[in-house]
Design a binder for this molecule. Structure first.
Ligand SMILES: Nc1nc2c(ncn2[C@@H]2O[C@H](COP(=O)(O)OP(=O)(O)OP(=O)(O)O)[C@@H](O)[C@H]2O)c(=O)[nH]1
Ligand SMILES: [Mg+2]
Length: 198
C-alpha cells in the first residue's frame, strides 16, 4: 500500500470555495444519498471507527469535510442528498455548495458515487450520475450495505443498478460493506489509480 492509512486526519470543513485547502493534492469526493454510508465508507477503508462522523439519522454531514490521507491525497465527505426533512432553502444551499465544488475544483480526480446495493438507484442517484458524466468526472460507483443481501443476489443487484444508471463501462463498480469490509481493497485500487498514486 503506497499510502499509510494510519496517517489520516480531518483538515477542515468548508461551505464555499474560499475555504477549500489551497494546495494541489489530488482529491476524491464521496457523494450519495443521505444515510447511504458515505462517512462509513471513509471510516471503513481507513480502518477507523469514527474519523468521519456517522449517524443512523440522515443529514449528519452538513459541510464539505476534507480529510488528509498521508499527505498524498484528500477525501472529501460531501453532505448527502435526497433527505426529505430539509427545507427548500437548505436544499438549494446544498445544491450550490456541491455543484460549486464538483464543477470548479481542479484537485478533483474522481467521485465515489455511493448507492444502496439493496435497492434500485433513486431519481437523485441517477441525476447525480448523469451530472458527473456530463462534467466528465471519473466515477467509482460503490454499492453499500452489501452485507444486508445474500451474496447469491449480488450479481443481479449489480446488473439492476448499472442498467438504471446507464452505467458507463469505463467507470468502476464495487460491492462494499463497512461491516464485513468487502470491497476495501478494490476501493483502494480504484481510488489510488484515479489519484495517480502507484
Ligand atoms: N449494515 C451496514 N450498515 C451500514 C453500512 N454503511 C453504513 N451503514 C449504516 O448506515 C447508517 C448511515 O451511515 P453514514 O455513514 O452515517 O451515512 P452518510 O451517507 O454519511 O449519511 P449523511 O452524512 O447523513 O449524508 C449508519 O447507521 C451506518 O452504520 C454497511 O456497509 N452495512
Ligand atoms: Mg455522512
Amino acid at each position: 500500500m503506497p499510502v499509510n492509512i494510519h496517517n489520516a486526519e480531518i483538515v477542515l470543513s468548508a461551505v464555499s470555495q474560499a475555504q477549500y485547502p489551497a494546495d494541489s493534492l489530488p482529491e476524491i469526493a464521496m457523494a450519495g444519498r443521505s444515510n447511504v454510508g458515505k462517512s462509513s465508507f471513509i471510516n471503513g477503508i481507513l480502518n477507523r471507527k469514527n474519523l468521519a462522523r456517522t449517524s443512523s439519522k440522515p443529514g449528519k454531514t452538513q459541510q464539505l469535510n476534507f480529510y488528509n490521507i498521508d499527505d498524498q491525497l484528500r477525501f472529501v465527505d460531501v453532505p448527502g442528498y435526497g433527505y426529505a426533512k430539509v427545507s427548500k432553502t437548505e436544499r438549494a444551499k446544498w445544491g450550490k455548495m456541491i455543484e460549486e465544488y464538483l464543477t470548479t475544483r481542479e484537485n478533483l480526480r474522481a467521485v465515489v458515487s455511493l448507492v444502496d446495493m439493496r435497492h434500485e438507484p433513486t431519481a437523485d442517484d441517477i441525476q447525480m450520475y448523469e451530472f458527473l458524466k456530463y462534467y466528465e468526472i471519473p466515477v467509482i460507483v460503490v454499492a453499500t450495505k452489501a452485507d444486508k443481501i445474500p451474496r447469491g443476489k449480488w450479481n443481479k443487484q449489480e446488473s439492476i443498478i448499472k442498467k438504471k444508471l446507464q452505467f458507463d463501462s469505463t467507470d468502476t463498480f464495487i460491492a462494499f460493506s463497512s461491516v464485513t469490509k468487502e470491497g476495501v481493497d478494490a476501493s483502494w485500487d480504484a481510488i489510488l489509480s484515479a489519484a495517480g498514486i502507484s
